[in-house]
Design a protein around this ligand. Structure first.
Ligand code: GDP
Ligand code: IMO
Ligand code: MG
Length: 431
């Protein structure tokens, strides 16, 4: 029997989804991205080679696995072609393995300019977006004026939709954002050239996925961003513009929710956030610096230093609930290897009261003070350890405590960036 497994981040992104999807791809026939766009940066390290994937599913490094970019994704064709080119030059791209949904929306040049211009206009209240045009592209989708991959296949439709959009966008860019507008012919010719190159990949991916399910194939759904960046359930407005939670796997790929067998979450053994917004367990100064350097915490997409802090069990428990998690993958345990003490936030103090449910309101969350429990460190290198029993006693105690606090089983422990540096206790395809 085929199994369908959804993998999502449970924090503010960068939990190590790329690495885990790469490992799990071995058990899947198809790997699907179902939301987000090239705001994502998923790192996979194989041997001495490092790959950063922004749009193509992390399964691409396994020959013969079909990689689908679903309808819920927003696609910048320039970035996609770049990614295809880079993978091809490194011997990791096979055209027959990539399929793109005809219904996925396109990121257009004006989306990027609006994203950047609007952030500038917001000044001190900026969101810290990746500047890739993600928000404005999703806005157009919801406003019902977006242009989709399928439109690239009809020159006439594409030109008409582009003209209608530019009419509004140029006005907005020039008068509100004080940016330059666009000429229709420059975008038109550029996108028609993209169409020639990517047209062959554009298909009805919902049909393909549902047929695969009928034929007992296994599908791995690769989330991007993290639960706390979800447009509905995250720390609004400091979120991304898509639903990043497990439920989106069905919507963003065109399968029914009843087809999903298992949902697993990925979390770092501590917390990071890139961009603006509240972060109760954030560390400052030397402690943060140390975590950032040991964890290599610099954005895979923008190179920005990531904000770092302790594990937040209040936020993680919330993500367990919102996603209905059946298992958890804990990554980057090795980053904590040389600490004397490790803290876990078990509750918040808000206006003198103890609260245990994660508040998503920015005003409340930014006034919450973490209540910590302190555990002893293990002061031992973990990256070469291959079994749970082989881990230092204090590391096992830390893992056990997290399981207790979150009410979910930890099924994989990642102890290094490389493919082999993982302790697999349970295979999510067998859960
Ligand atoms: P993603 O967006 O969730 O795929 O995560 P990113 O790739 O943006 O960031 C995770 C970073 O941590 C990458 O540089 C990975 O190579 C690295 N990484 C993943 N798992 C581990 C781990 O267990 N230990 C260490 N030290 N690094 C890891
Ligand atoms: P992966 O898939 C971490 C953050 C941005 C910003 C906010 C909105 O690699 O985990 P956007 O450009 O999406 O409008 O920016 O969301 N953000 C991410 N942070 N990892 C990501 O992806 C992110 N994608 C977006 O930094 O705070
Ligand atoms: Mg990332």
């Amino acid at each position: 029997m085929g199994k369908n497994v959804v993998v999502i981040g449970i924090q503010w992104g960068d939990e190590g989804k790329g690495k885990i999807v790469d490992i799990l791809s071995e058990h899947a026939d198809i790997v699907v991205r179902f939301q987000g766009g090239n705001n994502a940066g998923h790192t996979v390290v194989v041997g001495t080679e490092k790959f950063i994937l922004h749009l193509i599913p992390s399964g691409i490094l396994h020959p013969g696995k079909t990689c689908i970019i679903g309808n819920g994704v927003v696609i910048d064709p320039e970035v996609l072609l770049d990614e295809i080119g880079t993978l091809a030059s490194r011997g990791h791209f096979r055209a027959e393995d990539l399929v793109i949904s005809k219904d996925a929306h396109l990121i257009m040049p004006y989306h990027k300019r609006i994203d950047i211009g609007r952030e500038r206009l917001r000044g001190g209240r900026k969101l810290g977006t990746t500047g890739r045009g993600i928000g404005p592209a999703y806005e157009d989708k919801v406003a019902r004026c977006g242009i989709r991959c399928g439109d690239l296949l009809s020159e006439e439709d594409f030109r008409l939709k582009l003209r209608l959009n530019l009419h509004e966008k140029n006005h907005y860019l020039r008068t509100i954002l004080h940016e330059e507008g666009f000429e229709i012919h420059e975008i038109y010719h550029k996108y028609m050239a993209y169409a020639e190159k990517i047209g062959r990949y554009i298909k009805d991916t919902s049909i393909l996925l549902n047929e695969a399910i009928e034929h007992n194939r296994s599908i791995l759904f690769e989330g991007a961003q993290g639960t706390l960046l979800d447009i509905d359930h995250g720390t609004y407005p400091y979120v991304t513009s898509s639903n990043t939670v497990a439920g989106e796997a069905a919507i963003g790929s065109g399968i029914g929710p009843t087809r999903i067998d298992t949902v697993i979450g990925i979390s770092k053994a501590y917390t990071t956030r890139v961009g603006e917004g509240p972060f109760p367990t954030e560390l400052k100064g030397e402690e943060a610096e140390r975590m950032r350097e040991h964890g290599g915490e610099y954005g895979a997409t923008t190179g920005r230093p990531r904000r770092c802090g302790w594990f937040d069990a209040v936020a993680a428990r919330y993500s367990v609930r919102i996603n209905g998690l059946q298992g958890l993958v804990l990554t980057k345990l090795d980053v904590l290897d040389d600490l004397d003490e490790i803290k876990i936030c078990t509750a918040y103090r808000y206006k003198g009261e103890i609260i245990r449910d994660f508040p998503t309101e920015t005003t409340v969350l930014s006034s919450c003070e973490p209540v910590y429990e302190t555990m002893e460190g293990w002061k031992e290198k973990t990256s070469e350890i291959k079994s749970l029993d082989g881990l230092p006693k204090n590391a096992r105690a830390y893992i056990k405590r997290l399981e207790e606090l979150l009410g979910v089983e930890i099924i994989i422990i990642s102890v290094g960036a490389k493919r082999k540096e993982a302790i697999i206790l349970k295979n999510p395809f067998d859960l």
